[in-house]
Design a protein around this ligand. Structure first.
Ligand code: G
Ligand code: G
Ligand code: MN
Ligand code: NA
Length: 250
């Protein structure tokens, strides 16, 4: 309850900030984009991670307002960033399916003078399956204006593989649990899952991003399995960058 009052105050102040984590090409580590990750600079508790307040934000309906603050920061950043990389933002399923989501996002991009091709959204499978016709409309509208979608935490959902080809998805993000599992006793299972995801991506003609890459061994294993891109502490922590001063990607 206390936290909810804090949340309302932080929304009206400047409590929420975007941290950016690089996404790289696995073979040469070239940075191709960044994921924007939400952080809350709480006046007493310090820096809070989404896990500590997203549930509360969803229950109170406030998360959507917080999301828009973050999208505004990311879009503003793109408008000033001279590099060529993209920024991906996370969208919760309910938010994605809200009527005005695509229109509002496109308006925000337009007003900021940002290039829509440099913004991507990250959604989970849940967001697609809840209301398929609506999800399709939303993705098509965004894509027709240049905003591509990547499927987050892939492999952890119910992955009804047969439906995926219907959706205009640019990229599958292989969930970090499988990347972690590539080394050690769960290796056979994780390799099998990553192989299956790569086969699917191949059929769809799209790329994959391995998440949570922490070691060189994982980078090499992913690459050998056919994964093109990676994200994780090995390449860079989520970090704040000074807007307008630092180009994310050169
Ligand atoms: O670093 P990490 O703890 O940032 O992120 C944990 C989870 O929080 C991620 O799985 C991501 O889906 C979610 N998340 C991160 N940033 C945002 C955001 O801006 N909006 C929403 N809705 N979820 C986010
Ligand atoms: O949106 P998504 O569920 O993919 O959120 C990514 C989450 O993974 C964030 O919480 C981010 O801080 C975290 N993360 C990013 N890189 C690594 C990593 O190398 N190892 C681990 N354990 N977590 C990571
Ligand atoms: Mn994500
Ligand atoms: Na993920």
């Amino acid at each position: 309850l206390d936290l909810e009052a804090d949340l309302r105050r932080a929304i009206n102040g400047d409590g929420f900030v975007a941290f950016y984590q690089p996404i790289v090409r696995l073979d040469d580590r070239k940075v191709i984009g960044h994921e924007a990750l939400l952080r809350w600079r709480h006046e007493r508790r310090g820096l809070l991670l989404p896990a500590e307040f997203i549930g509360l934000g969803e229950d109170s309906g406030l998360i959507e307002e917080v999301d828009w603050l973050l999208y505004a920061q990311a879009i503003e950043h793109l408008a000033h960033d001279k590099g060529g990389g993209y920024i991906s933002v996370n969208v919760s399923p309910r938010h994605f399916l809200a009527n005005d989501f695509a229109d509002r996002l496109l308006r925000m991009i337009d007003r900021a003078g940002a290039d829509p091709h440099r913004l991507r959204i990250e959604i989970t499978e849940v967001a697609l399956l809840d209301d398929v016709p609506r999800a399709l409309r939303m993705l098509r509208t965004l894509r027709s204006h240049g905003v591509l979608a990547q499927l987050d935490d892939f492999g952890t959902g119910f992955s009804a593989l047969s439906y995926l080809h219907r959706f205009p998805i640019e990229c599958l993000k292989i969930d970090q649990s499988f990347v972690a599992g590539l080394i050690g006793e769960t290796q056979p299972e994780s390799v099998a899952v990553v192989r299956a995801i790569q086969a699917l991506a191949g059929t769809l003609g799209i790329h994959t991003i391995g998440e949570g890459v922490e070691t060189e061994a994982q980078r090499i294993a992913l690459r050998e399995l056919g994964c093109t891109y990676g994200q994780g502490f090995l390449f860079g922590q989520p970090a704040e960058v000074a807007p307008k001063l630092v180009a994310l990607t050169r």
